[in-house]
Design a binder for this molecule. Sequence first.
Ligand code: HEC
Length: 376
Amino acid sequence: MKSRDKIKKASLLMMLLIANLGLMAQDSAATVVATAPAAVTSAPVAVASAPEISVPIYEQMGISSTMLFIIMNVFTFVLLAVMMSMASSTKNILKFKDEERKKSSMPKMILALVGLFASSSLMAAEPAAEGGSLIGFPNSVFWAYIMVDVVLIMFIIYFAGIVKGTVADEIEQRSLFRWRKLNQALTNAVPIENEASILIDHDYDGITELDNQLPPWWKYGFYVTIVWGIGYLFYYQVFEIGNLQEAEYLAEMAAGDLQEAEYKKAHPELITAETAELLTDASSIAAGKTTFDTYCVSCHMEGGRGGVGPNLTDKHWIYDNDIKGVFTTISEGAKNGMTAWKALLPADQIQEVASYVLQLEYVAPPEGKIPQGTEK
Ligand code: HEC
């Protein structure tokens, strides 16, 4: 009877303390808000008092004061809940009589606490939502919370001692029993007492042998591999649903190529005369033609048959006629009258138009311009 009342009183005291702490934190929030503008206007005062203010704990932790407020509340509440449940189990162990009253008062207390914490946390969250955290949470409140928590932990240790002392033996026996049962289920071993029943009938220099069953976990594991193996065989070899090594390799390489192409597309600046490639896909050629018809046709004429600029369809070339050479000529320009197109066209577009040029159909003179350069 007596100690039950004590526990109840202690719990109530704790609740009051914690409730007070919550209020303190919110009160100081108001103070912070109120004093903040004053500190700004009266600079000398602020400077004078600045050294006295220690860095708030929550700043040291790198979280907002609201966050610390919530964390401390939750932590304290959990401790309180643990403490109370331990208190009630202690009571059960010590076999208190009027269990009815105790049972009805505990949940009520917990409910009241939940309500308290929820409301104070909500209050804390509300101003924070308007921007900036307005819960002050000065260090003193933090240390007060820590003190309460320490007291709670001491209570828990105290109750744990009582619980342990009374039920330790029982718990030990139970867990030993459970462990034995589990071990038996896993190994299916014949107990030492009955070992004679599985003793094999031979003896080598005093060394005998037991005919134990294979442990079930091993046996069933083995069956699983058989089932798995059959499934594997049908999946890969019979129905050929899954890719074998080589096909998988090729698929991955194709996926890699696709990735590479996408990356290159996203980074046209990576294309240089060194890395330029002859494009053959229809869309690139079409894009090249568009560029050609926009910028080049005035000098190289329709289809590249030549005008002011040379015929681009014949086998004669003034400069190199591989993709790197053509890319370079277009990009850097040519001395007898062609500008350096890199100033106007991005590298990927030059690559396209160079590829377009290299696949042009031959237009013979007289429609085409007479050959210039050497035959290549
Ligand atoms: C202002 C006229 C002019 C325009 C526009 C022009 N070119 Fe040229 N292009 C020339 C001349 C002139 C030459 C020959 C330069 C030389 O002999 O040094 C030439 C040379 C070339 C060559 C080298 C041919 C060879 O035989 O080696 C290529 C390739 C070429 N141009 C592609 C293009 C492309 C692609 C464009 C459009 C982006 C273009 N040109 C726009 C005038 C032009």
